[in-house]
Design a protein. Structure first.
Lengths: 222, 430
């Protein structure tokens, strides 16, 4: 297969397949949990559970802990996690090349970020991913909690970030191959998300919603 | 622990499987394995003070077996794995580890939930595992004995009706208070806990003084004479229901509209949040914790705090089930500010306070002592942070656990009941 044929394959039919698997898989996982049902709670709430559920979904990332407490305990988790998520989400949607792709797929006017910002986000996401992975492998608590799923996901995301940087900075004559591998790996990640813990973003709305609902029921602030 | 049969493991498995609903599945699916909950747990922090890290005490890890059972019954991938012969295999050692994780080193204090970026209610998951272990007959012996006693005699400390009446007679004579019993009709029913009756009678006397001073029409009951509900500790639905049924029977017989729960965390939790779901039609009472009630009475002007009774540096210990899980956090602080000249809160946000280490039945389990003692070290850091030796509590079980830890570790903190302080402060000049 030539480099152009491979590019066409990963850029068109395989990407479409990946997106179908992603949306169907995510929908299945979300609705499967949603339809399990929940018993009615007859205890009179002390506060407003519905308001608290919405409030927590919106502001939960700020949490109820002071910065000093957060940094004293898990600075690597918080700083690394924050840098990685900002970088990963920003790169996925707003890098000029990606924004053009999303515009084509969705028809929406997705904004583009300047190249200098893309570069900064890419390096910070890649660096923080490396640090987080090493931390995961060495910290006794994280070591116990981590399975193959986390390492595979980190490896896949790391390779996507690396090939993305390679394609934009140092590809030279192998540009189409490297770009195609980058897209291929991204397709694999899109397919992998519904089968892994990377789909946690779907459950954020449910678990944090329930947490807020319970806080409202009990009349506590968080 | 006895030798485990296949049937017992099967019972554990089935209980876990049947306990899954949308909320539980959301928590099980949402965990991102970040481990942030570890540093929120008093047992993890306490054990690690010695430098020996025990990662198995991480709250997220406590739900792992339940998570595996959920996956193979409710997810496509898990079902496929089971079909191919790669399903969950539970050994007797696994269940022994579960007993340590959920009965010895978790008080259901809920602090980990507040730290979790995904809002996972680990106590809810731990309660399911506790229930499954109890269903399989694996409740720790000490806890099982106390739970059985509460069914047989009406109280985990063996306080039956004659003993209940004797203790009230003693309190009435010793503290010179008038205690109404089975007075019909009454508006309010006050239930003491047997821990208070037997170990802290002065707290009961103080509650009686406060109730009498408010001028409300109240009574105690010989039918509903025990507030504590050990069914919650063992997560036995049958025991929880039976203990609450007795309260319901007593309250209905007296025709009351309000139930006042004592300084006892699980009593408030069971009557305020669980009973309405067990008896949705009959449980029509408004349930107030004694601290909530006092705050309301002060607000209405029915009692007044006439003087500050604590001169020294004082801090507050929150009961998790009344405070963090019950929403009575601001009331205790408002009252204590009136009682103490130098009140220093040990936490910036009330929901952050650390558990006593003896909640959730941990206090009665002998095998859990070594963990409870280390957890007390986590608790002490808060007292020392504000340099307070006097600690005000609003749960008798907390008082008992803290007093025990204090003695075992040779410390000199003084633990006092907030209701006793209120009773004292109602007397004398302003």
């Amino acid at each position: 297969m030539s480099d152009v044929a491979f590019y066409d394959f990963v850029r068109e039919p395989f990407l479409k397949l990946a997106l179908w698997v992603f949306f169907l898989g995510i929908a299945y996982r979300f609705f499967r949990v949603l339809f399990l049902g929940i018993p009615h709670d007859y205890a009179k709430p002390k506060g407003n559970p519905y308001y608290m559920a919405v409030k927590k979904i919106v502001i939960k990332p700020t949490m109820g802990w002071t910065f000093r407490e957060i940094f004293a305990r898990r600075a690597i988790n918080f700083i690394g996690g924050f840098m990685f998520h900002i970088g990963f989400i920003g790169l996925t949607f707003l890098v000029p090349a990606h924004a053009l792709l999303w515009r084509e797929i969705t028809g929406l006017p997705i904004p583009m970020m300047p190249n200098i910002v893309s570069d900064m986000l890419a390096y910070s996401a890649f660096g923080s991913l490396l640090v987080l992975t090493v931390h995961r492998a060495l910290n006794p608590v994280l070591k116990l909690l981590t399975g193959k799923d986390e390492y595979f996901a980190n490896l896949l995301i790391g390779l996507i970030l690396f090939t993305g940087l390679l394609a934009t900075k140092w590809a030279g004559s192998g540009y189409i191959w490297i770009l195609s591998i980058h897209i291929f790996l991204a397709d694999l990640l899109i397919i992998y998300i519904p089968f892994s813990r990377l789909s946690h973003f779907v459950y954020y709305f449910l678990s944090v919603g329930f947490m807020g609902w319970n806080a409202g029921k009990r009349g506590v602030s968080f | 622990m006895p030798v485990l049969s296949k049937e017992e493991i099967e019972k554990f498995y089935e209980f876990c499987k049947k306990s899954i609903n949308t909320e539980v599945a959301s928590y099980l699916e949402a965990c991102v394995r970040c481990g942030i909950c570890a540093e929120a747990c008093l047992f993890y922090m306490g054990v690690n003070v010695s430098g020996r890290i025990d990662p198995s005490l991480t709250p997220a890890y406590k739900a792992d077996l339940l998570r595996e059972i959920y996956k193979e019954n409710y997810t496509l991938f898990g079902k496929l794995k089971k079909l191919l012969g790669f399903g969950v295999r539970i050994s007797p050692e696994d269940l022994r580890e579960q007993v340590k994780l959920v009965f010895y080193t978790c008080t259901n204090c809920d602090r980990c939930t507040k730290a979790c970026p995904m809002g996972i209610d680990t106590p809810k998951l731990v309660s399911i595992v506790r229930g499954a272990l109890t269903h399989a007959g694996l409740t720790p012996k000490d806890l099982a004995n106390a739970t059985n006693l509460s069914i047989e005699k009406g109280s985990p400390l063996g306080v039956d009706i004659p003993t209940f009446l004797q203790r009230l007679e003693f309190i009435s004579e010793e503290y010179e208070v008038e205690v109404p019993i089975n007075k019909k009709p009454s508006d309010y029913l006050y239930l003491p806990s047997s821990i208070e009756l037997m170990k802290f009678p002065s707290s009961v006397a103080a509650a009686v003084k406060v109730l009498n001073r408010t001028g409300i029409n109240w009574t105690m009951s010989t039918v509903a004479h025990e507030a504590t509900n050990f069914g919650l500790f063992a997560q036995s639905k049958e025991v929880t229901r039976e203990m609450l049924r007795r309260v319901l029977e007593g309250a209905k017989e007296l025709g009351v509209s309000y139930i006042i729960t004592p300084e006892c965390g699980h009593a408030y939790q069971s009557m305020r949040f669980i009973a309405p779901n067990i008896f949705p039609k009959d449980w029509t009472f408004e349930v107030l914790n004694i601290v909530e009630f006092i705050d309301r009475m002060i607000d209405k002007g029915r009692i007044s705090i006439k003087r500050k009774v604590l001169k020294e540096r004082t801090t507050l210990h929150d009961s998790c089930q009344i405070g963090r899980r019950g929403g009575v956090l601001r009331e205790s602080r408002r009252i204590l500010k009136m009682l103490a000249e130098d009140f220093q809160d040990s936490v910036l946000i009330p929901e952050h306070n650390i558990c006593c280490g003896g909640g959730g039945g941990v206090l009665v389990i002998g095998e859990a002592d070594q963990y409870r003692q280390k957890a007390f070290i986590s608790k002490m850091t808060l007292f020392d942070k504000v340099e307070a030796k006097t600690v005000v509590c609003y749960c008798a079980n907390c008082m008992l656990a803290l007093t025990k830890g204090n003695q075992e570790l040779g410390r000199d903190y003084r633990f006092v009941s907030i209701v006793e302080l209120v009773a004292e402060a109602m007397e004398g000049e302003e």
